[in-house]
Design a protein around this ligand. Structure first.
Ligand code: 5AD
Ligand code: SF4
Length: 361
């Protein structure tokens, strides 16, 4: 559905009965287009080493208090094996950003190894930052088929308030990477943080319009959580309260579900970190993907993008039947052993194939 900037601002500001109506509408839209199914991606936090310096993230290269690790191939493969045993259907490899050859080759090797291990049955999502077209293609050819690259904010000025303004943090390159991922054939996802310093409801409305005009297949949105070892910590008093940030995130999810009924939307861990039932609230607002953490215990504390992330991950670990039960209380169920591709992507692909056939004739 097409909504104007003003409509979106109004919906993001709803309270009371109007808010309940918004959430009801979003849930009804999701159930109509995607049924009550939730897809799982076993999250593998491969490495906390990062060459970037984003002002919000605990893994930024200038944070010398961050603990750095990179999993061994065996550890990654054991996570993948666990995902298979748990019938998750897909894994997602996430890490800090590096572009050196040793790193990019490692990802290629791991993607191939996971494909071989699972006889091609595990779906693979990558979230390994900005790379050259060649690297994106190499990873795609190895077997990765979904890629997440959050834009963080679609507003250029705000982007440079939350990132250094230098060659290593270029807003334009981020846009080019998203384009390149789509062209190569990935199901491409992006997303933003909600409740950032200097962010207004107008920025957020524009973010939703950006997702729609970019025809993304997947979106992830979560509340900003200030990290004490980062530059944005100094603004922690000026951002919306925890309740407001979670509420705004839920409104963002709900409005986007109405605008883009068939995309995959993740229930971000950051929601669960801030409120105990955050994961379920996001599902009720329109999200349809959950990413339970499969990383070995020893690394959980070190992957500290924001404070207390691992506490929420602890909850996701007891996943399996607990998550089944929790989802059943809100009338949802997990779809096991499937990739859970974005219906929006499959539709666009079908139309593309059809127009090719027409062109060929
Ligand atoms: N609060 C919430 N989300 C964060 N991210 C990074 N730092 C924070 C933070 N302090 C998100 C960003 C990034 C993803 C890996 O984690 O959106 O893309
Ligand atoms: Fe690195 Fe990603 Fe954190 Fe930026 S958000 S510092 S790229 S891990």
């Amino acid at each position: 559905m097409m909504l104007s900037h003003d409509d979106i601002v109004m919906l993001l500001s709803t309270q009371g009965g109007a808010y309940d109506q918004l959430l009801d509408r979003a849930l009804a839209t999701k159930l109509h287009y995607l049924d009550n199914k939730v897809h799982l991606r076993g999250l593998i936090e491969y490495s906390s080493v990062c060459t970037k310096d984003c002002f919000y993230c605990g893994l930024r290269s200038h944070n010398n208090r961050a603990l750095r690790y990179t999993m061994t191939d065996q550890e990654v493969l054991s996570c993948a094996r666990q995902a298979m045993e748990l019938h998750y259907g897909s894994v997602a490899i996430q890490c800090g950003e590096r572009s050196d050859r040793a790193f990019t080759d490692s990802i290629t090797r791991l993607v191939k190894a996971i494909k071989a291990l699972s006889h091609g049955t595990l779906g693979i999502t990558l979230s390994c930052g900005e790379q050259t077209d060649d690297v994106y293609r190499q990873w795609f050819d190895a077997g990765a088929h979904r890629y997440l690259l959050r834009i963080e904010t679609s507003n250029r000025e705000l982007y440079y308030k939350i990132h250094p303004h230098d060659d290593n943090h270029s807003f334009d390159r981020r846009l080019r990477c998203l384009d390149s991922l789509k062209k190569i054939g990935y199901q491409t996802g992006s997303g933003v943080m909600v409740g950032l310093p200097f962010q207004t409801v107008h920025h957020l409305a524009d973010d939703l319009l950006f997702f729609q005009s970019s025809q993304l297949a997947m979106v992830g949105m979560g509340p900003f959580i200030p990290h004490p070892d980062t530059p944005l910590w100094q603004y922690r008093e000026s951002i919306p309260s925890v309740e407001e940030r979670v509420g705004l995130t839920l409104r963002m999810i709900a409005v986007l579900r109405i605008m883009m009924p068939e995309i995959n939307m993740v229930s971000a861990t950051a929601n669960q970190t801030l409120v105990p039932n955050g994961r379920l609230l996001a599902i009720q607002a329109g999200a349809n993907v959950i990413m339970p953490n499969l990383s070995p215990d020893t690394y959980l504390d070190s992957y500290s993008i924001y404070p207390n992330k691992h506490c929420a991950d602890e909850t996701s670990r007891c996943c399996g039947s607990t998550l089944d039960r929790q989802l059943a209380t809100i009338g949802h169920e997990i779809l096991y052993d499937e990739w859970g591709d974005s219906k929006a992507f499959l539709e666009v692909k079908k139309i593309g194939e059809h127009s090719n056939t027409v062109d060929d004739e």
